[in-house]
Design a protein around this ligand. Structure first.
Ligand SMILES: [Zn+2]
Length: 435
């Protein structure tokens, strides 16, 4: 457990032990500035020693893994972030509603048809949102932890380097996966570690470790290009020897396409890495190299452990806190109900904002906002306010399951709640784990 510390001027210092934080708070030498993650601000000038803190980011479409490690292998922060997946759908809904509104007799809207030019470097909103999320999370983190450098994993392989060896990433040039080894690994993963000849030559049973086979044998002029390689077992590889594909299988060789580097991963490298440079010097790496490290350290596969391996500093075994963070939608600005709400006694003619879309309610001078983290004493559970119904609220846990007190109603009276903290677009929960 660590408490994050910022100095008098709001600049990040190294985190401290809770006991020290408690002492500082008691003596009035510090104040609490944030509950999630718990951060205090010193009220006196402190030079504060700083270590090198490297942030590793396992970038992704749905999940981000983050780990911050000091030079001596202390993990000071680790988190898994779940990103929103509803951007595309929302944009499409918006578009559909606008289209239908234009054909209806509604309030006047200036004609807009000559403003449809896409700017240079335009990206689909769903991707922009993801890149922004990566950036914003690290930016926020850099305000409580003195991050000195960042390493991002931008995909499994340096596909560009494999196909065109003139373009080379840092690891590709310096790492031990140089040359053919790296191509082999690439082909095995591309083919899912399945023997290519297992079905084509069932008379020969598969045996031995997986290796790669040249479709056109090297002795007959075949190259080491991934398009000329398939994954196969040692036995099939031995039997094929330097026969041609047709001689061995009786079929024409398949057209093997290159591993499709997910478009998003390429975009990450081109857009996210330069953006992160604003925060701290940023490098990128590939899953191929980090996977090895993770296995070497006996860490199981998870987004957080991937991030730890991305940093590349062997972590110390100690009990620590991981954060499970979920990106949520704070604003719903729809001006009208697309589907009239069930149970409305009168049609919604006065275009009053949908009650479901309000951001907060006030009861007995208590304000309850969307995504407030709350504690429900009667069932001893922690949840997040996910919606409102008049004067009551809906509460969900971080997985999105409704927490309820009564069998009959999903909604909960705010009297039953205790506020823990307010949240913006990210809700988070802590887990204690041993690494
Ligand atoms: Zn085989």
């Amino acid at each position: 457990m660590l408490v994050f510390v910022v100095n008098k001027h709001g600049r990040p210092l190294m985190p401290c032990r809770p006991s020290k934080a408690r002492k500082l708070l008691k003596q009035g030498k510090a104040k609490i500035v944030k509950y999630e993650p718990f951060t205090i601000q010193l009220l006196y000038g402190s030079s504060g020693y700083k270590q090198c803190c490297t942030a590793g980011i396992d970038a992704g479409n749905k999940n981000i893994g983050i780990a911050v490690t000091t030079d001596d292998g202390r993990i000071i922060y680790k988190a898994q972030v779940i990103l929103r997946q509803d951007i595309k759908e929302n944009i499409e809904t918006k578009r559909r509603l606008r289209r239908s509104r234009r054909n209806r007799k509604t309030r006047y809207r200036k004609p807009r048809f000559l403003n449809r030019k896409r700017k240079n470097g335009w990206l689909p909103p769903s991707i922009t949102a993801r890149i922004d999320a990566h950036y914003n999370i690290i930016k926020k983190l850099s305000k409580i932890i003195p991050i000195t450098n960042i390493i991002v994993e931008v995909g499994q392989f340096d596909t560009q380097a494999l196909i065109n060896p003139n373009i080379q990433g840092k690891e590709y040039q310096n790492g031990d996966m140089k040359g053919f080894d790296s191509v082999k690994e690439y082909v095995k993963i591309r083919d899912n570690y399945q023997c290519h000849y297992a079905k084509l030559r069932p008379d020969i049973p598969c045996s031995g470790k997986m290796t790669v086979d040249h479709i056109i044998p090297k002795s007959k002029g075949g190259t080491d290009n991934p398009t000329n390689l398939v994954c196969c077992c040692e036995e099939h590889n031995r039997q094929k020897d330097n026969l041609l594909y047709k001689e061995f299988t009786g079929k024409n060789p398949p057209a093997i396409r290159n591993f499709k580097a997910t478009a998003f991963m390429n975009v990450l490298r081109d857009y996210l890495v330069p953006k992160l440079q604003e925060i701290a010097p940023t490098e990128y790496t590939f899953g191929l190299y980090t996977r090895r490290k993770r296995k070497e350290w006996n860490l199981e596969k998870s987004h957080i452990n991937d991030a730890i391996a991305i940093v590349g500093i062997k972590p110390r075994q100690e009990v620590s806190v991981s954060y499970y963070i979920k990106q949520v939608r704070k604003k719903k600005r729809s001006l009208h109900e697309e589907i009239p709400r069930k149970g409305r006694s009168k049609p919604n003619r006065d275009a009053k904002r949908n009650e479901k879309n309000i951001k907060k309610i006030i009861t007995n001078n208590n304000c309850w906002c969307l995504w407030d983290k709350v504690y429900i004493p009667s069932i001893d559970k922690i949840g997040y306010i996910s919606g409102f119904t008049g004067k009551w609220v809906y509460v969900q846990d971080i997985e999105g399951n409704y927490l309820r007190i009564s069998e009959k109603y999903k909604q909960i009276n705010p009297k039953e709640l205790q506020l823990i903290c307010r949240n913006n677009n990210y809700i988070s929960q802590q887990f204690i784990s041993t690494l």
